[in-house]
Design a protein around this ligand. Structure first.
Ligand code: SF4
Length: 392
């Protein structure tokens, strides 16, 4: 990589080719260049919850021009877990000899009958795990019980679940099954980009999902829908560079997919992980919290692995309950409103008393707003148009 001296002030990041903005620029340089090239109000969506938190923590919003708005998207795996999916897990726990294993924040996500954490405190066997392999170990150590792994996450965690299924099949473990709540990122982005009420002028795409998927899976956003996209890492500078790239694309009248995270993302993605996914799963419709049923946005176990499907094994289905009164999780996840507009925010819904999953997860936008921007009394200098775009 050729580094450009930050002393040469005349050389702005926008003198470079799109997608070639170098990380050797200072944040000040990049912010200045964004301001110079922004010619109209723009709204970008940071798809990933980790980006949302990094943006808040680093104060990126406060240094952007008033006409540049960032909205948070549906990229937190806990937040998009549907209430019915939680209800289904709780119904399963009511059956005899069931042990449920899942990742941290899932325990606190409320369904209509409470949360897994509440069931645990009532004596149900709910285990906190940090890997899919751990769930399988619990099954091997407890042959007298039925171990159900509640698997959530996007393309980043699905390969590990697939590898665990393959291992369970090879070892012929018969007391292990999975509630597959994994979700796919591109289909939900397509739903958002087709939404006539949502004007997204660019996507800041998640670096870790892109490590698995590579570039191809997102190209339709730029090629078919004409929306500029930038894959970003998770450091504040990574995000600033992605924002700069999107502004650059707009000012040049371009729409392309650029990777600002080439140190981690290969254009072809991670073939080994993709092979694991395609060996074990097939795409299926999935229900997203507040966003409804999205075609081909989930993963179903292939027929040869049906023995590990908890829904089939226990003859249960995922219910479709009504969301809690006043809950706006769907509008928040779709970027229609900021959490500040939800009537329950910081009142009935807080991190201690979450009504929706967006307040539970450390990556959730409601939780991020609660931590970093609770009052909504922003010191940021915003023009009326930008304020409207951000807060409506
Ligand atoms: S404040 Fe609570 S109820 Fe409202 S959108 Fe956020 S998580 Fe959902």
């Amino acid at each position: 990589m050729k580094y450009i001296s930050t002393q040469k002030k005349a050389m702005s990041p926008f003198d470079r080719e799109p997608g070639q903005i170098k990380a050797s620029y200072t944040a000040h340089h990049v912010i200045e260049a964004i301001g110079q090239r922004l010619t109209k109000p723009l709204t970008f969506m940071e798809v990933c919850g980790t980006h949302t938190v990094s943006i808040f923590r680093s104060g990126i919003r406060s240094v952007l021009p008033p006409d540049l708005s960032l909205i948070s998207g549906p990229g937190c795996p806990v937040c998009v877990t549907d209430q019915g999916e939680i209800d289904c897990a709780i119904n399963l726990l009511d059956m005899p000899d069931i042990t449920m294993a899942t990742y941290g924040d899932m325990l606190r996500v409320p369904g209509t009958r409470g949360s897994l954490s509440e069931r645990k405190s009532e004596g149900k066997d709910v285990r906190l795990i940090t890997s899919a392999a751990q769930a399988l170990s619990i099954a091997e150590d407890n042959p007298e019980r039925e171990i159900v792994f509640l698997a959530v996450g996007f393309e980043t965690t699905a390969p590990a679940t697939a590898a665990t299924i393959l291992e369970a099949a090879e070892k012929n473990i018969t007391n292990f099954s999975i509630l597959v709540y994994h979700k796919q990122t591109p289909p939900v982005l397509e739903q958002l980009v087709k939404d006539p009420d949502l004007k997204i002028n660019g996507f800041i795409l998640p670096g870790h999902v892109s490590v698995i998927l590579g570039h191809k899976a997102y190209r339709f956003l730029a090629d078919h829908y004409g929306v500029p996209c930038a894959i970003a890492g998770f450091e504040p500078m990574d995000i600033l560079l992605a924002i700069a790239d999107l502004v650059f694309q707009h000012s040049n009248g371009e729409s392309a997919l650029h990777s600002l995270y080439p140190r981690a993302v290969r254009p072809e993605g991670n073939q080994k992980a993709l092979d694991l996914i395609s060996k074990v799963f097939t795409p299926c419709s999935a229900r997203w919290r507040g966003l409804g049923l999205i075609p081909s946005s989930g993963y179903a176990l292939k027929e040869e692995f049906a023995a590990f499907d908890a829904l089939l094994r226990f003859g249960i289905t995922i219910p479709t309950p009504k969301p809690p009164a006043g809950c706006c999780c769907g509008d928040v996840l779709a970027g229609h409103i900021t959490p500040l507009k939800c009537p329950l925010f910081a009142a009935a819904c807080t991190p201690m008393t979450p009504v929706g999953p967006c307040m539970v997860s450390s990556e959730g936008s409601c939780s991020a707003y609660y931590k970093y921007n609770r009052g909504g009394a922003s010191p940021w200098k915003r023009s009326p148009s930008a304020t409207e775009a951000a807060d409506d």
